[in-house]
Design a protein around this ligand. Structure first.
Ligand SMILES: Nc1nc2c(ncn2[C@@H]2O[C@H](COP(=O)(O)OP(=O)(O)OP(=O)(O)O)[C@@H](O)[C@H]2O)c(=O)[nH]1
Ligand SMILES: [Mg+2]
Length: 417
C-alpha cells in the first residue's frame, strides 16, 4: 500500500468548482461533515491520504490537502464563502483579473506572477506527513486559466515530485453550449501541455453528462452543479479502492488505478460515466452479478458511456455503495458471465440499489474527440481568427502550430489502436 497522500488541485473556474464538488462528496464518504470540517466520530477509511488532522479530540478539524488556482478571485471567493469551515484559505492562490479566456496570458503573465504563491502552498503540503505521492488536477480545457495555469502547474508539480503521477480530470469545450470563441485554441494548447506530463487524463463532455443527468439520474433541469457532482462521483468511485479497503481488496495506490486505465504511456486518456444501479435493476430485475451489470451497462447504455464503441484499450468498472462504500473485488461467480479480460472490476457482488456503477473506458474513440477538437481549432487558425490575442501574449506561430500538430498526432495514434 502506498502510504503517501494525494494533493487535489482545482484550476480555473470549472476546475475549482469540480474540485469543490469532489471535496464535498469526499468528506461525506469519510464521515467528515463538509460544512464544518469535523467528524462526529473518527473518520472512516484511509482519510489521511487526503486530509490533515488539526487539533485534538472533538476539536479536530480535517483539512483538505488541496490547492485552488485561478487567474481571477471570483470562483475562489465563492468557494471560500460556501465552505468557510472546510478549506484553509491559504490554499487558494488567485490573481487579480481574468486571463481573458487566453491560454497564453494565463501560462505566461499570470503563471509567472503566481509562481511563488503556488510554491508556498506546495512547500507547506510537502512538509506534512504523509507527503504527496500523487496529484489530481481538475481543469476546464476551454478556459484560459484551466488550460494555461494548469500547464504551468504541471511543471511545478514535476519539480516537487518528478515520479509522482499526475491524474487530470478535465472538461472539453462543449459544442452545443455557447462558449467563448477561443476555447478550441485553449483546449488544444491545454491538452498538449497535459499530455506531456500526465499519467492519466479523464476527459468529459458537459453535453453528454447533462444528457446522463436527465435520462439516468432523473434530474429534471440538470445544470452545471449536477455535472460537477457526476464528475465528482466518477472520481470518487474510481478512487474508492484506494480510500477504503474491503476484506478482499487491499488498498491500491492511485498509481495502480491510473496504470489500469492507462497501461501504455502513449494513450493516457479515458472517459466514462456513472450509472445509478437502481435504474439498471428496474429495467432488468434479474441482474445480480457484476458481470451482468457490466453487460447491461455496455449493451444498453452505450450512448451514454462515451467511447465504449471504439477499440477498447482498457476499461474500469467501479462500484460505489453510498451506504458503506465497500468496494470489493469481483466474485468468482462472475466468471459465469463473460467479462472482457481487460476490464478491471471493483464491485460489490450483491449490489445495493443505492449504489452506482462507474465505467471508465480508454478506447480508440478518444482519438475522434481529439480530432474534432483539432478541426475546430483549424477552422479558427486557417483564418488566423483571434490569432493576435495569442501572438501578442508572446506565443509564436511556430509554437502554436507545433502544439496543434502534437495533438493531431495523438489523435491519429489513438485511431491506429
Ligand atoms: N463541468 C463544468 N464546466 C464548467 C464549469 N464552469 C465553467 N465550465 C466550462 O468550462 C470551460 C472553461 O471555462 P472557465 O472554467 O470559466 O474558464 P477558466 O478556467 O476560469 O479560465 P479563464 O478563461 O481564465 O476565466 C467553459 O467551456 C465552461 O463552459 C463548471 O463548474 N463545471
Ligand atoms: Mg475564469
Amino acid at each position: 500500500m502506498d502510504e503517501g497522500s494525494i494533493l487535489v488541485t482545482g484550476v480555473g473556474q470549472a476546475g475549482s468548482q469540480m474540485a469543490a464538488a469532489f471535496w464535498a462528496q469526499l468528506c461525506r464518504d469519510h464521515q467528515i461533515i463538509p460544512e464544518t470540517g469535523r467528524s462526529d466520530a473518527e473518520p472512516t477509511g484511509h482519510w489521511q491520504k487526503l486530509f490533515t488532522a488539526v487539533g485534538t479530540g472533538s476539536e479536530t478539524h480535517y483539512v483538505p490537502r488541496c490547492l485552488f488556482l485561478d487567474s481571477d478571485p471570483r470562483a475562489a471567493d465563492d468557494l471560500k464563502r460556501t465552505w468557510s469551515e472546510l478549506f484553509n484559505p491559504a490554499n487558494f492562490v488567485t490573481g487579480v483579473e481574468s486571463s481573458g479566456n487566453n491560454f497564453a496570458v494565463a501560462v505566461r503573465e499570470v503563471g509567472d506572477r503566481l509562481n511563488s504563491d503556488i510554491r508556498a502552498v506546495l512547500d507547506r503540503e510537502f512538509q506534512k506527513t504523509p507527503a504527496p505521492t500523487a496529484f489530481i488536477v481538475f481543469q476546464g480545457y476551454g478556459g484560459g486559466s484551466g488550460s494555461g495555469l494548469a500547464a504551468g502547474l504541471f511543471e511545478i508539480l514535476k519539480d516537487y515530485a518528478p515520479a509522482a503521477p499526475i491524474m487530470t480530470v478535465g472538461v472539453l469545450p462543449s459544442t452545443s453550449v455557447s462558449s467563448p470563441v477561443t476555447e478550441p485554441y485553449n483546449a488544444v494548447f491545454g491538452i498538449e501541455a497535459a499530455l506531456k506530463h500526465i499519467s492519466l487524463g479523464l476527459v468529459f463532455h458537459n453535453d453528454i453528462l447533462l444528457q446522463l443527468a436527465a435520462s439516468h439520474w432523473e434530474i429534471e433541469h440538470p445544470s452545471i452543479p449536477h455535472i460537477n457532482k457526476l464528475i465528482a462521483d466518477i472520481v470518487l468511485a474510481m478512487t474508492g479502492s484506494i480510500r477504503f479497503s474491503g476484506d478482499e481488496n487491499p488498498a491500491n495506490s492511485l498509481a495502480d488505478v491510473i496504470h489500469d486505465l492507462a497501461p501504455h504511456p502513449d494513450f493516457p486518456l479515458a472517459t466514462g460515466a456513472i450509472f445509478p444501479l437502481q435504474s439498471i435493476l428496474r429495467k432488468n430485475a434479474s441482474v445480480r452479478t457484476s458481470g451482468q451489470i457490466l453487460n447491461q451497462v455496455l449493451e444498453k447504455n452505450l450512448d451514454l458511456c462515451p467511447c465504449a464503441d471504439g477499440k477498447i484499450l482498457s476499461l474500469g468498472i467501479y462500484g460505489k455503495n453510498r451506504a458503506g462504500l465497500q468496494v470489493l473485488r469481483k466474485n468468482e461467480k462472475d466468471n459465469e458471465t463473460a467479462i472482457p479480460h481487460f476490464a478491471r472490476v471493483h464491485l460489490s457482488t450483491e449490489p445495493s440499489p443505492h449504489s452506482a456503477i462507474c465505467v471508465l473506458v480508454n478506447s480508440s474513440s478518444i482519438g475522434s474527440w481529439l480530432q474534432e477538437l483539432c478541426e475546430r481549432f483549424d477552422q479558427l487558425w486557417s483564418r488566423r481568427a483571434f490569432a493576435n490575442w495569442y501572438l501578442e501574449a508572446e506565443m509564436t506561430e511556430y509554437d502554436i502550430e507545433t502544439r496543434r500538430r502534437e495533438v493531431g498526432f495523438r489523435a491519429e495514434r489513438y485511431q491506429d489502436i
